[in-house]
Ligand binder design. Structure first.
Ligand code: APR
Length: 248
């Protein structure tokens, strides 16, 4: 648990900042019911990450899609809702002190919480892209009982529009992330191990002070983090909102 003094200091830093950038990982969505990738209950303890390897997907589209559907559409699909931590970042943006969220998550929960400038560094599960003609359509337009889903325009195999292992980061996601980090006067990092490159390098692309919210130390805590709040994302969000007079 972070201390009262740490929350007072974090609230002071946030109150003084005018160009905050948030960088989030799976941990911010855990309290929305979405499991993390790593750790005891993580998805990679139950599924083989090879299902998100681009080569495996092209070689075995149906097998890959069976696991992808279970993890990202059955699991995350319908009922995940934004939590207080997503709303906290959206309120900071509405108040004019946060300029953008860079997320590794593909669950769209920042947008559903009201965040407007969201960089989806690993793409999104909300749209499917045709591996032949590159046409993009909302996943809700497709019947995922037939796998792999096929493009209605050209018959090509559809792929979730998120970044697979072995796939490059969308260039516009890089550009927008670097623009935001170049302007940042405070970085708030929530719920990421900092283990997956190149996303994990982003906190090093700015010299802004960094507040980290996580239930356990990450790759950043010892050498990049200036103020570590060891709590669940929603607990930290509520403690900070209380001090900043923000309604969640
Ligand atoms: N509040 C805050 N942090 C939490 C919470 C919580 N309630 N629960 C777990 N965490 C933290 C864990 O301590 C861990 O540091 O969230 C982090 C989850 O780590 P990962 O599962 O590795 O998620 P992430 O860092 O986002 O993974 C990066 O890896 O598999 C790829 O593309 C995938 O975007 C993902 C990337």
């Amino acid at each position: 648990m972070a201390t009262k003094g740490q929350y007072d200091e974090a609230a002071r830093m946030i109150d003084e900042a005018r160009r905050i950038v948030a960088f989030t990982g799976a941990g911010i969505s855990v309290e929305s019911g979405i499991p993390t990738f790593r750790g005891a209950e993580g998805l990679w303890s139950r599924y083989d990450p090879k299902i998100l390897d681009l080569g495996y997907f092209f070689a075995h589209p149906r097998e890959s899609w069976e696991a992808i559907r279970e993890i990202f559409y059955d699991y995350m699909g319908a009922n995940a809702r934004p939590n207080a931590a997503h709303r906290f970042l959206a309120r900071l943006e509405e108040a004019g002190s946060l300029i953008g969220v860079i997320t590794q998550n593909i669950d769209n929960l920042h947008q559903e919480a009201g965040s407007r400038t969201v960089v989806e560094f690993h793409g999104t599960a909300r749209t499917l892209v045709c591996t032949e003609c590159r046409d993009r359509t909302p996943f809700t337009e497709h019947d995922l009982s037939e796998l792999p889903p096929r493009c209605t325009r050209c018959g090509g195999v559809l792929k979730p529009d998120f970044v697979f292992f072995g796939e490059s980061i969308p260039p516009e996601a890089w550009r927008e992330s670097e623009r935001l980090l170049g302007e940042a006067d405070l970085l708030i990092v929530v719920g990421t191990t900092g283990e997956v490159a190149p996303a994990s390098m982003l906190p090093y692309q700015t010299r802004a002070p960094m507040i980290e919210i996580n239930v356990e130390p990450s790759r950043y805590t010892a050498d990049r983090t200036d103020l570590y709040l060891e709590d669940k994302a929603t607990v930290a969000a509520r403690e900070l909102a209380k001090r900043l007079g923000i309604e969640l």
